[in-house]
Write a new protein. Structure first.
Lengths: 209, 125
């Protein structure tokens, strides 16, 4: 009897809340990864809160307005944005089983992400050379922790991308590989969302103050 | 009964991909255009007196939230994917925690700063 009732809901209407049986694996995997991304946002919220609280404590050292170069920040923002766009188009090509197009977009995503990291690394080393390293003041400690954690995430994303491209080349665009690509693209878009918070709170408001 | 049971597993095995993502090139391009506009607006607002100066931080926060919304809808497809209720409920809970952590920290520390004894020059730091 129960079987008949469950059976009455067509499979494509399955929503993971009982009716129609379990949701497709793709939906379940994406949901699980979404939960991870939200927990990552919570991690960043702690760092954002620390920065918001400490940003005025310069201990007589340099302030944000003296250190930040907004032209570079704008270029960094565009790099990440276009990288996110290329990642979206790459995911789309992968879903449509177009491996060559996927590889081109993945390469574009990687180059733009790497350009972002190079600009950020140059900024960090320039600040350290000026004596404005993370040890200088509470403001700079929280700045390097927040922006650096985002940079570490971007680095991790790039390494993950290399690993996934290798999987696409060796295994092809089979469903399991597509699901991993889906998770990776969620991660990459989420990093862009965190960066919106970073450039608004840290760079634009810091410069404005 | 056995027949129904068999059919159930046959039809619903997880991992069989039926749906295609509703995302397309157009939605990504629209998202990119909106995000670029909002980014430029943020930089312009922070560098000019286009907004009433004391209102600039609020303006920047509003622009940031707008851009995060654009990212969620056009890049993460939070409005169009399968099984959206669960995703949006999880997001709402995540936002609640993020809000509590950030505003709670700022509030508590601002309160402590306001109630701190004034520091004299001779006091060891």
């Amino acid at each position: 009897m129960t079987v008949a009732t469950i059976d009455a809901v067509p499979a494509h209407l399955a929503r993971g809340r009982g009716g129609g049986g379990p949701a497709p694996k793709r939906v379940v995997v994406a949901y699980g990864f979404w939960i991870f991304i939200l927990s990552d946002f919570v991690l960043f919220s702690g760092l954002f809160a620390a920065y918001a609280v400490l940003s005025g404590n310069t201990a007589g050292g340099p302030t944000g307005a003296e250190l930040f170069n907004l032209r570079n920040v704008f270029i960094e923002t565009m790099c990440l944005l276009f990288s996110s766009y290329a990642c979206g188009l790459g995911a789309l090509s992968a879903e449509r089983r177009q491996p060559l197009r996927f590889l081109i977009f993945a390469a574009l995503t990687f180059v733009l992400g790497a350009a972002f990291l190079i600009i950020e690394a140059t900024e960090f080393t320039g600040m350290v050379e000026k004596g404005a390293g993370p040890w200088r003041s509470g403001f700079l400690s929280s700045f390097f922790t927040l922006v650096g954690t985002h940079g570490v995430h971007v680095t991790g994303g790039l390494i993950w991308l290399i690993y996934l491209v290798a999987q696409v080349i060796v295994k092809g665009l089979r469903p399991a590989v597509l699901r991993r690509l889906l998770c990776w693209s969620l991660f990459w878009h989420a990093l862009d969302i965190v960066w919106v918070g970073v450039f608004t709170l840290v760079y634009l408001m810091g410069d404005f103050r | 009964m056995i027949d129904g049971h068999d059919r159930m597993f046959d039809d619903r095995t997880p991992g069989v991909e039926h749906e295609e993502s509703t995302a397309n090139v157009l939605s990504y391009t629209a998202g990119l255009g909106l995000a670029i506009l909002l980014t430029i607006a943020s930089f312009v607002v922070s560098q000019t007196n286009l907004l009433w100066p004391p209102g600039i931080p609020v303006g920047l926060i509003v622009l940031a939230f707008a851009q995060i919304g654009v990212h969620l809808v056009f890049f993460l497809h939070l409005g169009s994917g399968a099984d959206n209720t669960n995703n949006i409920l999880a997001l709402a809970f995540g936002l609640l925690i993020v809000f509590l952590v950030i505003t709670g920290s700022i509030w508590i520390i601002a309160n402590l700063n306001a109630n701190m004894m004034p520091m004299s020059v001779n006091m060891p730091r």
